[in-house]
Unconditional design. Sequence first.
Length: 235
Amino acid sequence: MNHSRYLGPLRLIALILGPLWLGLLWAPAAGNAQIQTYYHAGAWDAFSGRNDKAGAVCGIGNTNPADNRRLSIRFDIGGTDSIFSASKPDWSIPDNTPIRVVMQVGLNTPWTRQATGHGHSIDWPMDRAAIESFDQQFRDAPSMTLTFPDGNEPPWTVSLAGSSAISDAFDRCVRDLTREVQALQQPGSSAPPLPGAAPGATQPFSPAAGAPPAEPAPPGPPPNGSQPNPAQPAH
């Protein structure tokens, strides 16, 4: 996960997937992400492929089978920040809603981040300097907790079983795909350039926080079943 110290290529995966691997990355964009999971370690999976902008991407994630809530961390090849995402099927978040998220890895000092919500998920970035410290905590701790101070979504406890192995896989994927993308973009390469919440559902935000600043929502309760009561205490 420390993208300044990638740990080696994913040659085995490249040999296994062969043309399928490159076809996934370089097929014409269709407006949708094309992602494949290629490895599991403990409670985590590693994935790679193409994001919704046709760029190469590596990532890791943890899905809770009880309700399909998911925490993932991805790196878009050619970018600088790692992107964290938390999603849950019954969330219904207005686009561009600001949402605070607090991550505590083991007993370490919590990380407080400003996320942006949309639909069923929220995203927030972490730069290279921060990801190095986070990665060490991630590898060493048995679990981490996510809390959402702005809403009534209960805290998430996320297992970190397999975190060291999955972090190694993440690093190898980033290094390998970075090298592949750079090689394919060299002069003479034939490759083209990278081109209503359910009733009673909990939410990680307060409806008031999601209202556009220039056009605040009128006072009064939200429509029945559309969002939780903002007076409900946050967890």
